[in-house]
Write a protein that binds this ligand. Structure first.
Ligand code: SF4
Length: 241
């Protein structure tokens, strides 16, 4: 073990270099990563993010297209018949809880925050249905404030596979990531990790042959470094040879 450290330098330095290569890889593959939820202002983003729990962004965008037309201001959400609001967002799943959260948030914004979305983590997490993940999305995207890192299901999975954390609870994963990723990168890193998890490092079968950080990944979930068709062709050549 001592010999290995001598050859490769300190473990801390090696891990820091590995993180740099991960950040470079994400930058290369996702240079313009941004939030995929359609919105025109901070309140719409807040609602879209609440709706995105356990739902795809594509589905949320379909639902919010009509929703934001029907409820065009905070008052409309605050005073809507709850059952009607539930039906309007039904296809996003968990619609009863989400409708209560949206209406509760709209009312609190009107009563406590003068109809504005607050710009601090402490105030945002006071809103019903808003935890750090949603607050981080709103702060980063609408206000350009890096208060934390968005930890959703994709960021959780990718962070674990890349050994950036051993934790399983979002708050602890976020704390681990915040300790190693430079603050100036928190907003873009969140978007890049979500995109990477959604399109490449998928839950069931990661597309490792397309992965920009495959060279530094030691995950047991890694699939072949080659696309299946190429592997099959190589296998065919080998058996013919
Ligand atoms: S190599 Fe595969 S498992 Fe590792 S981060 Fe890339 S896609 Fe995910």
């Amino acid at each position: 073990m001592a010999t290995m450290v001598q050859k490769t330098g300190s473990p801390r330095k090696a891990e820091s270099q590995r993180l740099s290569r991960i950040l470079e890889g994400l930058d290369r593959r996702f240079p313009d990563a941004k939030c995929a939820l359609d919105h025109r202002n901070a309140f719409e983003l807040l609602i879209a993010t609440i709706l995105s729990a356990q739902c795809t962004d594509e589905r949320v965008n379909i639902v919010t297209r009509d929703l934001f037309r029907k409820y065009s201001c905070l008052q409309a959400f605050a005073t809507a018949p709850l059952r009607e609001l539930e039906q309007d967002i039904r296809s996003t799943g968990f619609y009863r809880n989400k409708a209560r959260s949206i209406q509760g948030a709209a009312r609190m914004l009107l009563e406590k925050f003068g109809g504005n979305v607050p710009e601090t983590m402490e105030e945002l997490v006071e809103l019903p249905g808003v935890a750090r993940k949603t607050a981080n999305v709103v702060l980063g995207v609408s206000f350009g404030k890096a208060e934390g890192i968005v930890v959703d299901t994709h960021v959780t999975r990718v962070s674990q596979r890349l050994e950036l954390t051993r934790e399983t609870v979002p708050e602890k994963i976020e704390r681990d990531l915040m300790a190693i990723v430079p603050r100036a990168r928190w907003i873009s890193f969140s978007h890049q990790m979500i995109l990477h998890g959604r399109h490449i490092c998928k839950a069931r079968k990661p597309l490792c042959h397309l992965c920009p950080v495959e060279h530094v990944c030691r995950s047991k979930d890694k699939t072949t470094a080659f696309p299946p068709s190429k592997t099959a062709a190589q296998a065919g050549r080998r058996s013919r040879g």
